[in-house]
Ligand binder design. Structure first.
Ligand code: ZN
Length: 667
């Protein structure tokens, strides 16, 4: 319904432009359907492309029929205002907000000096917020790419099944509230992680690849029109703190979509700078996220460009934000940003009062010293997955069949598990008497589903669930904490097709299927897939650390990928993970020389004796995201705080439900 309304609005714009032929692609931001909390800040922008060779741009704006003045754009109407992309003219109002609840109409005109101006409008809404349900803290567990089947796989493997009954439940399955969410973005039924996370933290849809902003033709992606994040809104109005914990590179879309405003999710230098520059480290409560805990991978963005494993570059940074943006969002001059590839961002975090941990041992030591702020960067790019981290721990504990090669090869031998990071984050944030918002991401559920590495994806669901267990224990004790578990989207069309027949030894002894392409010839590895009755009940040996001793057991669970890319399938766990895309160039080169496959699964050497599976999406080397709804689980001590999440909802509804259970007159 919402998508339909947007489509109609866009159609109206196009026909108006064609009728006047003076300014094409006129756009009014926020678009129809945008929703805000009372007082939540957002930018307004009217923009269009010139049809004339020497355009003279002009624009007007009315809110509910009353004129509103722009804060930038009108001073240099000839070509561009320094914010707009070449050929475009744009007029902005920065840091706008509306207190009055209900529907509002924005009406704008835009001209380029030829013919009559084009008129456009959008219908936006300011939501009602209740008095709260005793919630002060919010923990959002975001299992990137985690659909219902990912949850089921982790339960079957880690808990087992007997005579038709699960032998136990995951922590996330023991939460009382359960609902479903749509996952669409502003411009597609299939989202990526940037709008997928940002819809929960802004209440609005973003375009794919964008976070904390509405789409716009701007000169630099960091100049795009903003919409205030949950963390920023609560920090400004209540003084809450923000924590971000992920197993991904910290520049990645999901963590950034809690605190960083950018029209391009790949601009790591500017993204990581903004985490600190707009954190309001000195607690003015006038602006910023209130970021107090930041943990994950991505050290490459925090090291000066001269460091071998640095990825800092001018092309992924931003220079001074527009003056009216600084003014509208009350940002101090030193938060404006600069192209500074030589910045030592770790040192700058430390100067702002953050304790810094580079591995598990220093994390333990820093947490024991009771810091009020904590930065943890445990890898140069993405952290390693649970399967490889656990193997290294078992190796160090004396298990000769385990190996620490993978973490050593990534120059990160001592990485914490996600549950340990969550515990550390809560240890710091629990002292925030005005409350906190903590986002914890299980990032590799998605990344390994893209790679169609079933075992590494499932291992990370188990790790993610352990982190959820830590969050639930905190919330049950605390009594004022809402815990949500959901995903931004499903990845790979993950499906549990059956289980292995004939045993692993038999599987290993089969001749190669690599050359079997004739549909009439059944590959040997296709014949070992036991479906229905033949699947039985896969049984794994779970170690005291909570993870299977091996994923390659007789009768192992077999996973199909409905949204697959081209690959060979041999049903065995690859010895090494693929190279991650979020890796500094020098490290990626090293890993390639050590035999790590590229992140194009078809090239994976360990699978090359398997049978060829043709992906459905042409030119897609990896599995892709799907448009399937995702589950959301909710817990709070007060049932009226988790009940709103039961049922089927729009993804953007989550933001308003969180605000509603925190309420306007809470703690
Ligand atoms: Zn993904």
């Amino acid at each position: 319904m919402r998508t339909f309304r947007i489509a109609v609005a866009l159609a109206a714009v196009v026909s108006a432009a064609a009728a006047h032929a003076d300014a094409t692609q006129v756009r009014l931001i926020p678009p129809t359907g945008a929703r805000f909390l009372p007082g939540q800040k957002f930018d307004i922008r009217v923009e269009g492309k010139a049809s004339a060779t020497s355009p003279s741009y002009s624009a007007t704006l009315k809110l509910d029929g009353r004129p509103v003045a722009f804060t930038s754009g009108s001073s240099d109407p000839v070509n561009t205002d320094g914010i707009s992309a070449a050929g475009f003219g744009g007029f902005n109002i920065r840091g706008f907000s509306i207190e009055k609840q209900g529907k509002h109409t924005l009406t704008a005109t835009f001209g380029d000096g030829t013919g009559a101006p084009v008129t456009v409008s959008s219908e936006i809404e300011v939501a009602k917020v209740g008095h709260g349900q005793g919630v002060k803290n919010v923990i959002i567990f975001l299992g990137d790419g985690m659909g219902a089947a990912h949850r089921t796989a982790a339960r079957i493997i880690s808990k087992g099944v007997t005579a038709g009954d699960p032998d136990g439940w995951l922590a996330m399955e023991q939460m009382p509230g359960l609902g479903l969410l749509s996952t669409h973005s502003l411009n597609s039924v299939v989202t990526d992680s940037a709008p997928g996370m940002a819809c929960y933290t802004t209440g609005n849809h973003a375009q794919n690849g964008q976070e904390g902003v509405f789409p716009a033709q701007v000169k630099n992606f960091f100049y795009a029109p903003r919409v205030e994040y949950l963390g920023h809104y609560l920090h400004r109005t209540r003084g809450t703190a923000l924590g971000i914990v992920t197993t991904a590179d910290i520049e990645d879309a999901t963590p950034a979509a809690n605190a960083v405003f950018t029209g391009d999710r790949n601009l790591g230098t500017g993204i990581c700078d903004q985490y600190l520059d707009e954190s309001d480290a000195s607690d003015t409560l006038r602006f910023g996220s209130g970021l107090r805990v930041l943990m994950g991978g991505g050290r490459r963005w925090f090291l000066p460009a001269t460091n071998t494993f640095s990825s800092r570059a001018a092309a992924s940074d931003y220079d001074r934000l527009p003056a009216d943006l600084l003014a509208g969002w009350q940002l101090p001059a030193k938060a404006a940003g600069a192209v500074d590839t030589g910045r030592d961002l770790i040192s700058d975090f430390q100067s702002a009062g953050f304790a810094y941990a580079s591995d598990k041992s220093t994390l333990d030591a820093q947490v024991a010293a009771e810091p009020s702020r904590l930065l943890g960067l445990f890898a140069y790019g993405n952290m390693n997955v649970a399967l490889d981290k656990i193997s290294a721990r078992r190796f160090r504990a004396g298990n000769a069949t385990a190996s620490d090669t993978v973490v050593q090869d990534h120059h990160a031998p001592d990485q914490p598990m996600l549950d340990e990071m969550t515990k550390a984050a809560l240890h710091v944030l629990k002292h925030e008497r005005r409350g906190f918002v903590l986002m914890v991401e299980g990032a590799h559920i998605d990344k390994q589903s893209h790679q169609m590495d079933a075992e590494r994806a499932i291992g990370d669901v188990i790790e993610f669930d352990k982190a959820i267990g830590v969050g639930l224990e905190f919330a049950k004790h605390d009594g004022e904490t809402l815990v949500l578990v959901t995903a931004d989207h499903e990845c790979s069309g993950f499906s549990l097709i059956g289980a292995l027949t004939g045993g692993v030894a038999g599987l290993r002894a089969l001749p190669s299927d690599a050359t079997v392409l004739d549909p009439a010839a059944v590959p040997a590895r296709q014949s070992v897939v036991g479906t229905y009755d033949a699947a039985g009940f896969p049984a794994y040996s779970i170690q005291p650390d909570g993870y299977p001793a091996s994923y390659d057991v007789d009768g192992k669970l077999l996973v199909g990928f409905g949204a697959n890319g081209d690959r060979f399938e041999n049903w065995l766990t690859p010895a090494k993970p693929s190279r991650e895309s979020l890796t500094p160039t020098a490290l990626a080169t090293e890993l390639a020389s050590k035999g790590y496959a590229s992140n194009t699964p078809i090239t994976r050497p360990e699978k090359a004796n398997g049978f060829f599976v043709r992906g459905q999406a042409v030119g897609r080397a990896q599995a892709v995201h799907t448009a399937t709804d995702v589950p959301i689980s909710a817990y709070a001590r007060n049932p009226f705080a988790w009940l709103p999440f039961v049922g089927v909802h729009r993804n953007t509804d989550v933001f308003f439900k969180i605000a509603d259970v925190i309420g306007t007159d809470g703690n």
